[in-house]
Every structure is written in C-alpha cells, then in structure tokens.
Unconditional design. Structure first.
Length: 310
C-alpha cells in the first residue's frame, strides 16, 4: 500500500481514490461484459492499453482540478482498480463494502487497510462495517446526490436493498432504492450519474418500473437526461464530474451537446480496456470528500489552514 494523502482535502477540490492497473486483466466472469478468453487471446496488448488508458484518465482528472490519491495494486486482484466499489463515503465517514462474488471478496481486507491509513492521515474520521449478511458494493451502487441531499441505491444484482436502513442510520441521510432491471447494467453507476447542477444522466431501460417511478418523483423532467442504448452501452453515464467538467470514455455528439447546453465541458478519454470488465471512468474512482452540507468558502479556508498546520 502506498498512500500519500494530502492534508488539504478540504480545499474544495474533488478528492478521488484510484488504483493503478498493474495487475488488471479479465480472468473471470461475474458480469455479461467479461470474457476471459477474449482477454487471454489479446492479453499482452490489452494490458498495455489498460495502462495507457488509466493514465489518460488520471491526467484528465488532474487537469480538471481533482486531487488524486492512489493505492498500491495487488496481485491476483484484477478488479481492485475499480475503487468506486470500495466503500460509501460521506462527511468523512466510511461504510466499507461487502462483495457478492468470491472473486472480489479478498479486496475487502485491502480496502479496510487503505481506509485505516486514510484515517491515520486525517483524511477521514470514522470507518464502519455493514451488518452481517448485508451486501453493498460501495459507491458503485450507492450514489450521493448533493442537490437533493440523499443517496440513490442500486439493488438487485450486486447490492441489497436492505443496506438502505443501515446507511441512513450511519450517514444520516435518506437512501432511495432503485431496483435494476438489466444484468448488463449491474451496478447503479453503469447507468446513472448525478450532475453537480442536480440534473440526472441515466438510461431508463436499466431500471424497473418502480425505480423509474422513484426517479420521476424526485427529479423534474427538465433535469432528466435520458440516454439511448448506444450511449448507455458506451457507459456514458459512468462519468466523473469535477466542478463543471465531465470526464467519460466516450459519448454521442447529441449527448455532448446536451451537456454543453447545461454549462459543462465534456472530456473524452478512451477506456475501452476497462469496458471489457464492465467498468469505466466512475468505476475507476472513489470520491472521498462528499459532504451532506455545502461548506462556505470561509469554512473551507479555515479547515484547509487547520489541516496544513497539523
């Protein structure tokens, strides 16, 4: 593990956790995108492609203004790169994930050690674990909506709806369950992105009728950006928002125009190697600095000064 946590995490810059893809590969199949034989046939080339594409994402996020934290990759844990699945974080409090498939369960101890180190560095305050038997795959399925001050919880394939009550208890904010309908969109972040302005970019067909009704009830029509199948399968919703910049693998001209009309700059950085594992930009990052209340500029300066003096 190699953590260099900046103490000025309260600077107002998004603070993201990433893991280099040194050991990334598709060696098993736990979602419809994963084809180990196809990867093996081109493994050498694809591994180099993954390294270059991850570096491109890292550079794009840094250029947009994000603070980046990296952890050390581990052999035999190819999906450790998908740090979004590590935990849910709000107000410097962490709820560690529990994975559904055995292939990823060894990641749990790694991420627990990472967050213990981040706590020692002063980046977070508290770490807690889920109740026995409850499955929740982190921010891949639990997405913070700062405008509505609630979490959206994808459930049905990887995470349990029963996690909602525990998250509310621990993090103090409402959690709305959104049952997922298609195995190709097995995590919420594969088909759902909350933009800083409060608009929602999502693929309606990824959700059950009940989930679509919940979205309609909480998000006004003018704030819903419905993706077509082509953009959904590019994982355009699996994007990272850094202030008014949206970083994603690729999207259509029409979607880019719709985002530009809302005041966003769209940065496309290819991530096709990770699409082979069912992941993209958002999956490769975990936001560490979400707050349930918006800090004033004065408060941010005060916290940053206190952190730097420490």
């Amino acid at each position: 593990m190699n953590i260099h946590a900046p103490r000025a995490a309260t600077s107002g810059r998004p603070h993201l956790l990433m893991c280099p893809p040194r050991h990334f590969a598709v060696t098993y199949s736990i979602n419809p995108w994963m084809d180990p034989q196809s990867w093996a046939d081109r493994g050498g080339n694809l591994h180099g492609e993954a390294q270059r594409q991850w570096a491109g994402l890292r550079d794009a996020l840094a250029a947009a203004g994000a603070l980046l934290e990296t952890i050390e990759p581990a052999p035999d844990l190819p999906d450790l790169v998908f740090t979004a699945n590590a935990a849910v974080v709000l107000d410097r409090k962490v709820v560690l994930s529990r994975f559904r498939y055995p292939e990823r369960q060894k990641e749990e101890a790694i991420f627990a050690a990472v967050f213990a180190a981040l706590r020692d560095c002063g980046v977070i305050d508290d770490v807690c674990r889920l109740p026995a038997g409850v499955i929740l795959e982190g921010a891949g399925d639990c997405i913070w909506d700062a405008r509505r001050r609630l979490f959206w919880l994808g459930c049905g394939f990887r995470s349990d709806a029963s996690a909602a009550s525990f998250l509310t208890q621990q993090l103090g904010r409402p959690v709305l369950a959104l049952p997922l309908a298609q195995s190709r969109f097995y995590h919420l972040d594969t088909a759902f992105c909350v933009l800083p302005c409060g608009s929602l970019m999502y693929y309606p067909m990824a959700f059950t009728a009940a989930a679509q009704a919940a979205i309609d009830a909480h998000v006004a029509p003018e704030h819903r950006i419905a993706l077509d199948r082509a953009d959904a399968e590019r994982f355009a919703a699996n994007a990272v928002c850094v202030h008014n910049t949206i970083v994603l693998s690729s999207c259509s001209k029409s979607l880019r125009s719709a985002l530009h009309e809302r005041g966003y700059t769209v940065v496309q950085t290819p991530l096709q190697a990770f699409l082979r594992s069912g992941g993209s930009a958002c999956c490769l990052t975990l936001r560490l600095d979400h707050r349930s209340e918006v800090l004033s500029a004065r408060s941010r300066r005060r916290q940053a000064a206190a952190a730097s003096s420490g």
